[in-house]
Design a binder for this molecule. Structure first.
Ligand SMILES: [Zn+2]
Length: 325
């Protein structure tokens, strides 16, 4: 069905359009606390649809073809942000089964058992024993944690408060949260360097995503450059290959990164970079700010329709947690 329609709305050549999908987690099984992350079965249905009806290209090849007006019809690229371990353990075998290539944007500062602040909140609240906790020092009052709904509501409230604080402030508040809930955090949520290398060795692409996943706009120029260049160099050390693609953390222009950061990305030697602006890339898109969109659809046919019709602009807003990172 998508093949015929797709040739009309997503033609090949100079009028070609490139849909770049964003994934984050690929959970081994459904999780009510992470209801906005897709699981292995859903990811497999997405890949089956893409392999059957679309032309999935490695992202670097797709960007080169886009710039030369040589995209095939129904062109799609698959990306994962942040570097979760399940990308290697769950998504990789499925990608291989369908013969598809994806690009993994890895924030390198978390590869030795560290965890991003939003995940620290999720995991601290998830693993807390059922009970009532005074979290007023975190600005979210007294909370009763019992079922997955109450845990999820608490997570959303805390993440909402922490999102635009500095890295140091976040670290302090997360520490306070862990102490208040008497939780422990997992050490294996993010990929190790060996897992990143394995993705590279399996012909997947690895892209830069800074070291510590800061909002680049909140940093001075020296800090922003160190984050962009440092992450790139670390990934090149791990893979032994040049890293030419970059995704801006959080990715909204003007809010999360600015024109200075685009320039820093250019100076660092990246050939293409990606925002989280919702859209489909075409010949007039800025190669250092290419739009993408979240692949959160439970029903793969809905994803197919969105891919074809370019109706992503009219799609519902992305769920609160995952697709914004
Ligand atoms: Zn991210």
């Amino acid at each position: 069905m998508f093949r015929i329609l797709g040739g009309l709305v997503s033609p090949s050549g100079a009028r070609g359009r490139l849909s770049i999908l964003i994934y984050h987690r690929a959970l081994p099984s459904p999780d009510p606390i992470l209801h906005d992350s897709i699981d292995a079965a859903q990811f497999e249905r997405h890949m089956a649809l893409l392999a059957a009806d679309f032309n999935v290209l490695p992202l670097s090849e797709a960007c080169t073809r886009l710039s030369r007006g040589q995209l095939p019809a129904r062109a799609v690229s698959i990306t994962f942000d942040d570097g979760y371990a399940d990308n290697e353990s769950v998504a990789l075998p499925i990608l291989r089964r369908y013969g598809l290539t994806a690009t993994f944007f890895v924030a390198t500062g978390f590869s030795d058992g560290q965890i991003m602040f939003n995940d620290a909140v999720i995991e601290a609240v998830r693993s807390a024993s059922a009970g009532t906790y005074d979290l007023s020092t975190l600005g979210v009052g007294v909370r009763s944690l019992a079922d997955s709904e109450s845990r999820r509501a608490t997570i959303d409230a805390i993440v909402g408060r922490l999102r635009y604080q500095t890295l140091n402030e976040r670290a302090l508040l997360v520490e306070r949260l862990i102490a208040a809930l008497r939780s422990t955090l997992p050490k294996d949520l993010m990929m190790t360097p060996a897992q990143v290398k394995r993705l590279h060795d399996e012909n997947m692409e690895i892209g830069g995503h800074t070291i510590n996943h800061p909002l680049l706009a909140s940093l001075d120029e020296q800090q922003a450059r160190a984050e962009i260049v440092g992450g790139k160099h670390r990934l090149e050390e791990i893979t032994g290959a040049p890293v030419k693609l970059f995704a801006y953390p959080s990715g909204k222009p003007g809010r999360d990164y600015g024109s200075r950061d685009v320039q820093l990305v250019r100076e660092a030697g990246f050939a293409a970079a990606f925002s989280t602006v919702v859209g489909i890339a075409n010949a007039s898109s800025d190669p250092l700010q290419l739009p993408r969109f979240g692949a959160w659809d439970r029903n793969p046919n809905r994803l197919g329709v969105r891919l074809l019709m370019g109706c992503v602009r009219a799609a519902p807003a992305a769920p609160a947690l995952q697709p914004q990172y």
